[in-house]
Design a protein around this ligand. Structure first.
Ligand code: CU
Length: 151
């Protein structure tokens, strides 16, 4: 009988630990970012565009505030309005939402690129956020007209 009680309390303890582990991570209300679908169309001029999706599964919003890369000393973030693009200070990444950087819309813009990467190359960038730690992403260079469909 004593043995059985001990075994049961060990199970209860394990369950309690698992539960507290679970509630610890969900009690952490910061943004939780995940980058996907990143690419750079092969540049045809001395500037290049970068596209990706940042998904936020956390309970708090964040902002993409800047992008850095060895390819350019002047990496900007642009929005497109009425087919004209203009530099912005940041992009919102809503809680439980996502930021889409896609062709014809918001994008990363590499000014005065130091060399022209070609299809098959990879370009390293670092994304900087208001709250989250920076995220390093390798952008595969795709054909100049590459434009994947997103759902
Ligand atoms: Cu632009």
């Amino acid at each position: 009988m004593t043995r059985r009680t001990t075994a049961l309390s060990a199970v209860a303890l394990a369950a309690a630990l698992a539960l507290s582990g679970c509630s610890t991570s969900s009690a952490d209300d910061g943004p939780k970012l995940d980058v996907s679908g990143a690419f750079m169309p092969q540049p045809v001029m001395n500037m290049a565009g970068g596209f990706l999706t940042i998904k936020n599964t956390g309970g708090a919003a964040d902002k993409l505030t800047s992008v850095t890369s060895p390819l350019s000393d002047d990496v900007q973030i642009h929005e497109t309005k009425n087919q004209k693009m203009q530099q912005v200070k940041s992009f919102d990444i809503p809680a439980n939402g996502e930021l889409n950087l896609e062709r014809g819309g918001n994008h990363i813009m590499f000014m005065n690129i130091k060399q022209k990467p070609v299809q098959g190359d990879k370009v390293s960038i670092q994304l900087h956020f208001e709250k989250s730690e920076p995220i390093t992403v390798e952008l595969p260079v795709e054909a100049p007209n590459h434009n994947p469909q997103k759902h």
